[in-house]
Design a protein. Structure first.
Lengths: 69, 475
């Protein structure tokens, strides 16, 4: 079985992303002491994924409209 | 003056960044050393300045650490403005909880633009100056991770604002019981069980009740769930959060109280009272003259109904706290006080079962009587005595003694004799119990605490108005 090729830069990128998660996501989670709930938190994650997608879609649409004066 | 530890009461302690201490009528906030610089940075932001300026955020002033004994090295001390009469969410009508929710979301949205977020979202972060909400938990603002697209306090906002309002409006669950029994509000699952099939599919139930309940049922136990990955960019994170907050605001509007709800006590003075317009004029003149004479700065209107006399007092410049047991009439007082910009704070409080002290060690939230003790220059008890004496079976002498504990100076009270039709309506066959309740007996009961300033009978009614002044102890 072929061993999959691992791009060393990809590992570095993952490491950087992991560091970003720690650096960027942690502060509010450390001191945001309110119980995040279970269902409401999952709903928020699903919502973020959907609206996050819409964000790119909107940018894409904006780019199209910008090209047409 | 240095406040000694025995003089202080810890009233807010859950935040790892600091705590709030009540110390001899001062509200002091202790900030732990590692959070001092972030707190200072927040106080210098535009949102902090503008919100303090507009009266939606409480003032904070750094004071010498010497003002509070027992601080640890490096801890900073701030003093907040003291809100004249603090109240708690379980004393608010739906209108006030709704207004507190709107303020929380507005501040969260403004904070987002400056890179801040709210670390908690509970109605306990809000107090009221008259009818206007003011955000008092300044330490709730924290610097957001630039790409952090999650709001950890979202679930708390849903539990403590949205779901109690929904359950109150649609199922009649009283806010007073819901919020006094549950500090952190209602879980989506509780509402899901009560909601009907079609209701579960309609907004705002779908987003705040149904989807969270179904998602929670399908969850895998995985701690990493609570450490979501950051968004792809700062703009994307802000876009997601802005939409989430806008969605919350729409849901809050949808869960808001309905206007023009009728109750036993709504529109009482206009349609259900036995006062003719002439008799009401007589009563109003007496109250106005009493206010002219007493010139109170603070007034408690007990049994305020829709706040007719609270408004009279507020128009003379007094800060009024109006209490009644019926959330519908208390809500209508709030609406009117907002519309007319009058300094009236309306609360759902039963004077015969006043709000008890609550929370951890019964010390987080003070009882109503502890807050009211000597807090008012004048107390109104208009058309209230017969309900307290007959329905609640409180001894008349005790009612007048309680008034003397609450009022620093004046009492305006209406004596309703047993011959009065409203008195007879609530006696329900127990007339013999009140055969001795005469005007003379009422006056005798008042004597130990009160000296008479003036009194008058309402023409054609078995009702007398009394203005009393508190009797001073003999030197």
């Amino acid at each position: 079985m072929l061993k999959p090729y691992r791009n060393p830069f990809a590992s570095l990128a993952s490491l950087a992303l992991a560091a970003m998660v720690v650096l960027l996501a942690s502060p509010s989670h450390l001191f945001g002491y309110a119980d995040p709930g279970t269902g409401a938190f999952l709903y928020q994650a699903v919502y973020a994924a959907c609206i996050g997608g819409v964000f790119y879609f909107r940018k894409f649409l904006a780019r199209i409209f910008r090209k047409r004066p | 003056m240095i406040a000694t530890p025995d003089a202080k009461t810890l009233s807010s302690f859950r935040d790892p960044a600091g705590s709030v201490v009540h110390s001899r009528d001062r509200i002091l906030r202790v900030i732990h050393p590692e959070f001092v610089s972030e707190f200072e940075t927040f106080l210098a932001t535009r949102i902090a300045h503008e919100s303090v300026e507009s009266g939606t955020l409480i003032t904070s002033e750094r004071i010498s650490s010497d003002a509070l004994a027992g601080l640890n090295p490096g801890e900073a001390l701030y003093e907040h403005e003291r809100v004249a009469f603090p109240s708690y969410p379980y004393e608010w009508p739906a209108e006030m909880l709704h207004a507190a929710g709107i303020l929380t979301l507005d501040l969260a949205r403004k904070a987002l633009n400056e890179g801040y977020g709210l670390k908690d979202a509970t109605p306990y972060n809000v107090l009221f100056r008259g009818p206007r909400p003011v955000f008092v938990d300044v330490l709730s603002f924290e610097r957001r991770g630039a790409c952090d697209a999650s709001w950890m306090a979202y679930a708390q906002f849903v539990r403590t604002f949205l779901l109690p309002l929904l359950a109150n409006r649609d199922f009649g669950w009283p806010l007073q019981q819901t919020l006094s029994g549950r500090r952190d509000g209602l879980e989506p699952e509780m509402i899901y069980r009560t909601a009907g099939f079609l209701q579960r599919l309609a907004s705002p139930y779908l987003q705040t009740v149904t989807l969270p309940t179904l998602l929670a049922a399908k969850r895998r136990e995985d701690a990493s769930l609570y450490h979501p990955k950051p968004a792809g960019s700062e703009e994307q994170a802000a876009y997601i959060l802005r939409n989430l907050l806008n969605g919350c605001k729409k849901q809050l509007s949808a869960a808001g109280p309905r206007a023009h709800v009728d109750s036993t006590w709504s529109e009482y003075l206009e349609h259900k009272s036995l006062y003719s317009s002439q008799q009401l004029d007589e009563k109003e003149s007496f109250v106005k003259e009493a206010l002219d004479l007493a010139r109170p700065v603070t007034v408690l209107d007990a049994g305020a109904n829709e706040g007719h006399f609270s408004m009279l007092a507020a128009r003379t410049g007094a800060a009024v706290v109006a209490i009644d047991t019926d959330p519908v009439v208390v809500g209508s007082i709030w609406r009117r006080a907002c519309a007319e910009s009058l300094d009236v704070q309306s609360l759902v409080v039963d004077i015969t079962r006043p709000t008890p002290a609550s929370g951890w060690r019964n010390q987080e939230c003070m009882s109503f009587l502890d807050r009211a003790d000597g807090a008012f220059d004048m107390v109104f008890m208009l058309a209230l005595m017969h309900h307290i004496v007959v329905t609640e079976r409180i001894p008349l002498e005790d009612l007048l003694a309680l008034a003397a504990e609450i009022s620093r100076e004046y009492l305006l009270i209406e004596f309703v004799a047993p011959q009065d039709p409203m008195f007879q309506r609530i006696v329900r066959g127990r007339e013999a119990l009140y055969s001795q309740l005469t005007q003379e007996r009422f006056e005798d009961a008042a004597k130990p605490h009160w000296e008479l300033v003036r009194s008058r009978q309402i023409t054609g009614l078995h009702r007398w108005l009394y203005l009393y002044r508190r009797r001073r102890a003999e030197p």
